[in-house]
Design a protein around this ligand. Sequence first.
Ligand code: GLC
Length: 431
Amino acid sequence: MIEAAKQIIEKNWRDRFTIPTSRLYPFQWMWDSGFVALGTSLYNVEKSMMEIESMFSGQWSNGMVPHILFHSESETTYFPNYDFWNSNVNSGAPSYPKSSGITQPPVFGFVLEELYRRHQDNEEVVEFVKRLFPKVVDSHRFLYDYRDVHGEGLFYIYHPWESGRDNSPIWDESLNRIVIKDGDLPYYERRDIQIADASERPTAAQYDRYVYLLELGKSHNYDGKKIAEESPFLIQDCMMNAILIKSNKSLISLGKALGFGVEQLQSWQELSMSNFSKKFWSEELQTFVCYDLRGDKQMLFKEIGGLVALFAEVADSTQAESLATYLQSISDRGYFLCPSFDIDSELFDSKRYWRGPVWPQMNWMISKGLALYGYDTLANQVKSDIIALVDKLGFYEYFESEKEKVDSLSHGYGGSNFSWTASTIINLIAE
Ligand code: GLC
């Protein structure tokens, strides 16, 4: 499996970065890139450093790391491409590489720490980590300065694509607030459903709303204050904020080891940690949930993002116990861990994009989180479930979660030869 995984990453390598999969996603994606760098760091650390370096070559002067870098402008098979984003409406966006105008989960703090931990005797890696450190801090500063409307240490997103869980049912209510009238949207043609099975992809109505929010961001240069005032979709995502906390923690410990001042990071971290549970814990559901700033209420769904609090160690022991008990019950009821959405909800769909399937990189974070709280058996279950799925169904983007259905399947869902799947397998087996 490790050899197969390395070959996939090799095939997806494009000079200085790795694409998630050919055809469907032919550019560099932010959090994919972080997970891939974790895998490659185990056998080719030069590649891992190049990957991260390439990502930060697209960083904006406001600190934002864009969710896609369009390194190749001649690749026209993707929508929305660089010309549709037109990110240069923001004067701090580099003219090369072209990029999208939104961000994704801030994984690079913990990625950098892992790289350092694995290679601290390698001077080249230490120098690299020192060089990247301030850039990653700047990417966090962007989230605190531009995305934290109430000064709570919890940042908002205004587009589902920022969350990494693009098509989760959590976003439906906010998306449904968007009323699209004739002439509101520019003409566009989707490419994803020409490549992947439409039943595994978002619907047309959802896609229109994605484009609407993109246009809203563009009209305010992708970082203006007006975005928060106007966006019908304004959400503090519990998963992204947990990842920010995890990455802050990594940067604080890296900063101390490498001689950087960490006061700013510490004060951000204190603020974020003090509000995380207050804002996101739902007593009723016994899990962490997202917060809808537009509707001023918690978004009461059980979904995979809530479990990432374990990875950030921001859950107390009672909360952790509830999350672990919940996961165990899902496993006992015949599901592979971890389904991306509530298996008891009518919105659950074990096949469709983020509405139920299992996602490899999520299992990596959640198994780490469970182990941090001492749930070793369950952590191993989360690892072995994804390894078993990949072994049976191949290196796909995501996987069926119902065990009974898996028996009769011969492949996974979404893109094939997928980089983060390959990288996750390399990491899990090595660990
Ligand atoms: C999809 C996923 C997102 C990922 C991207 C590239 O859009 O929802 O999380 O980054 O594909 O793999």
